[in-house]
Design a protein around this ligand. Structure first.
Ligand code: HEM
Length: 116
């Protein structure tokens, strides 16, 4: 279980890095859209590993702060659905949209490190 937890934490942090990379690659390559695939992959990796970590916590009776998890899960659901809708439409995007998504990711980081 310890190994699984370490793998999930690694995937979780890689997914977070994926969001940051997606923001800069998007800005440099196609700021007017469509959204690059790295956004959608980051949503999948961060969500799967995040909810997996919650599952490992429940299975090992080492529960995470429920308030923190509800805020993180709720924000991620809104961000994830928005990213996937925009990604699969394959249309032009407002130039500010990647910055809005990146701000939501930074809010997730803030919740992750500030609520202990
Ligand atoms: C963009 C979305 C997300 C970002 C940027 C993010 C970021 C982070 C960071 C930086 C950590 C390490 C800090 C720490 O150990 O406290 C972490 C840990 C963790 N995250 Fe996330 N996270 C995201 C989404 C989620 C989601 C959707 C869930 C599931 C509800 C989740 C569940 C967890 C869990 C269980 C941990 C283990 C440590 C803990 O907080 O107790 N995360 N996350």
């Amino acid at each position: 279980m310890q190994i699984l937890q370490s793998l999930l934490v690694g995937a979780h942090l890689l997914g977070m890095a994926g969001f940051i990379a997606a923001y800069f690659v998007q800005r440099r390559t196609q700021p007017d859209g469509p959204l690059i695939a790295m956004w959608a992959w980051s949503v999948l990796i961060v969500s799967a590993s995040g909810f997996g970590l919650v599952g490992v916590g429940i299975a090992t009776d080492d529960h995470h702060d429920p308030v923190k998890m509800i805020i993180k899960g709720g924000l991620m659901t809104v961000l994830g659905v928005a990213v996937l809708i925009v990604y699969f439409r394959r249309r032009a995007i407002p130039r500010q949209l990647p910055a809005v998504f990146a701000t939501a990711v930074l809010a997730e980081v803030a919740v992750s490190v500030l609520i202990t």
